[in-house]
Design a protein around this ligand. Structure first.
Ligand SMILES: Cc1cc2nc3c(=O)[nH]c(=O)nc-3n(C[C@H](O)[C@H](O)[C@H](O)COP(=O)(O)OP(=O)(O)OC[C@H]3O[C@@H](n4cnc5c(N)ncnc54)[C@H](O)[C@@H]3O)c2cc1C
Length: 377
């Protein structure tokens, strides 16, 4: 019997779930996306979770396995062909630090982590001259830790690819805001005055999960965080093979193809869902991040700005699973600043839950019941 499944929210999580579910001939899939304020379209694009000092082991497992999942997942999406470097490319990561002892400490952490994360690749401390061999515009004198397994992804292009493939596989994409209601043991979704009935729903609406579940009387521990970044143009350089740079400070440098270099992002906890661009704030970020790295980069023309919303729980831990009290409704959120890294794997886990398959990540380690609660009244 055909199962009617809906996905609400098509950022990287929902679009990845959509790709997985669209391959299942027993499922008729409808995807709803309102298309505003996506975290994914704004994201900087770093896939390099290993050189973090964050101690949450369950989070680390999710992002480590998320990074390892990417190449095989993209191969599956491309039907065995290579993915375009405009979408994803393994370019390596450079972690720049002023103090050599800090780099040696991070090298030791990386080598330990490589035992169960071989995808981190080669690890080596590079001199400033060796950094210049990889990025000719580097003017600093600091050294860096090199991890050859780092990658970068264009979140918007990835989502477009996943949705295009899901639609080719037979899914329906509705670019509207959806409202959710329970109807007996099924779910009604209303979009643009039209109602449809579903057996199972995936709620991948990230920072907007509280609004989606509010009419069903749920309280959701999720808050929005605004992030802004700039895309610079270094048109005289072929930047496609340059590694991702994580300098000291709040922001990173992420080179893409054809001279496009992203610098970002801000982490603003007091702006709610506002998406307006504050050019002076981004200018400060560029000066602080690129100023000591390369004058050429910090003076490059800004081709555009992006702004998006990250979703955080109060203890910064991500969650996914079946919504307590809503059978066959599955949600994920709280992926914070590493959701582009974890997103495809989390999307696959949501798809597996819909299909009744044990998910690749242990669902009990990311307990949704701690963050999504039905109110008493
Ligand atoms: C500036 C910035 C930089 C970042 N950089 C990185 C990075 O370098 N590396 C990394 O790993 N992560 C990064 N992140 C984090 C990452 O982008 C997010 O964690 C991730 O994209 C979240 O994906 P998602 O699918 O859960 O949510 P989103 O991408 O936010 O998608 C949710 C979607 O649901 C839709 N929606 C919500 N409610 C409804 C409704 N009722 N009906 C229909 N549609 C609805 C929204 O419109 C949206 O399109 C960054 C985030 C930001 C903002």
């Amino acid at each position: 019997m055909t199962k009617h499944v809906a996905i609400i929210g098509a950022g990287v999580v929902g679009a990845s779930a959509a790709f997985e579910l669209s391959k299942d001939p027993s499922i008729k899939l409808t995807i709803y996306d309102e298309g505003t304020g996506q975290g994914t379209y704004a994201a900087a694009g770093i896939i390099s979770p290993w050189l973090s000092r964050r101690r949450n082991k369950k989070w680390y497992r999710m992002v480590k396995e998320g990074a390892a999942f990417y190449p095989g997942f993209l191969c599956d999406v491309m039907g065995g062909d290579a993915v375009s470097p405009f979408v994803y490319r393994n370019v390596g990561t450079l972690l720049i630090k002023k103090k050599p002892e800090y780099l040696r400490e991070m090298l030791a952490i990386g080598e330990k982590r490589r035992l169960d994360a071989p995808e981190i690749g080669d690890l080596k401390i590079l001199s400033s001259e060796e950094i210049r061999n990889k990025i000719p515009v580097y003017e600093g004198s600091d050294s860096a830790l090199w991890a050859s397994g780092g990658a970068r992804v264009d979140g918007g292009k990835l989502v477009d690819l996943l949705l295009h493939t899901a639609v080719e596989n037979g899914a329906t994409l509705i670019r509207k805001r959806a409202e959710l209601a329970q109807t007996g043991d099924k779910y009604t979704i209303r979009a643009d005055e039209s109602d449809q009935l579903f057996d199972s729903v995936v709620l991948s609406s990230a920072a907007w999960l509280p609004m989606l579940l509010e009419p069903l009387n749920y309280e959701v521990d999720i808050r929005p965080q605004k992030g802004q970044l700039a895309v610079l143009e270094l048109t005289d350089f072929e930047t496609g093979s340059w590694p991702v740079v994580m300098p000291q400070g709040e922001a990173d440098i992420i080179p893409f193809e054809q001279g496009r270099v992203v610098i970002g992002a801000t982490h603003e906890n007091d702006q709610g869902f506002d998406l307006s661009i504050d050019e002076s704030k981004v200018r400060t970020l560029i000066d602080e991040t690129a100023g000591s790295f390369s004058q050429q980069l910090s003076q490059a023309k800004v081709s555009n700005y992006r702004s998006g919303t990250r979703a955080y729980t109060s203890d910064y831990a991500p969650f996914f699973g079946e919504v307590p009290g809503l059978p066959h409704a599955y949600a994920a959120s709280g992926l914070g600043s590493t959701g582009l890294t974890a997103g495809p794997l989390v999307g696959k886990c949501l798809a597996q839950l819909v299909q009744g398959i044990p998910p690749e990540l242990p669902v009990e380690d990311y307990p949704i019941g701690q963050y999504v609660k039905k109110r008493d009244r």
